[in-house]
Design a protein around this ligand. Structure first.
Ligand SMILES: [Zn+2]
Length: 149
């Protein structure tokens, strides 16, 4: 099953990836290791095939149990459990290019209370340097699964 991107967004993917890189995620990695889940190529290829964005679990689907265990532990250590959403309020401006960290960014929402320009959701907890630098207020962790947010 594929072609979701074309059906829903009118986009067709270029099938070719740079020589020497993984044809799924366009990153050079050992085939026994997970795809790079943050790779846009991977995200769109996966979306095209499955109609949803990939999780780390999908990225390591082809790996041995040993490799899966290793990555599950490594990701848990990084705080990227895929089971929490960290929400931040934008104090001084709204969502725009270069105005917020993009690593782990999940979505932008309007603030129903009007206290913030925008509410941002992340799959990881931002560092203090990031929240200070971008003038973001930490609003708390929601138990939702960011993969389906
Ligand atoms: Zn890959």
């Amino acid at each position: 099953m594929s072609g979701y991107l074309k059906q829903r967004h009118g986009m067709t993917l270029v099938g070719n990836t740079p020589p020497g890189t993984c044809e799924m995620c366009a990153v050079k990695h050992d085939p026994a290791q997970p795809h790079n889940c943050q790779s846009l190529t991977y995200q769109y290829k996966f979306y095209d095939q499955n109609g949803r964005f990939p999780t780390w679990k999908d990225a390591m689907e082809h790996c041995t149990q040993e490799v899966k265990d290793y990555w599950t532990a490594a990701l848990a250590e990084r705080g990227d459990r895929g089971m929490s959403i960290y929400r931040y309020g934008m104090r001084s401006r709204g969502f725009s290019p270069m105005c917020q960290p993009m690593d782990g960014f999940v979505k932008r929402e309007d603030d129903p209370t009007g206290n913030y320009h925008d509410i941002l959701s992340y799959s990881r907890k931002l560092t203090k340097t990031e929240t200070d630098g971008y003038e973001l207020d930490y609003l708390g962790e929601s138990s939702g699964d960011w993969r389906t947010a």
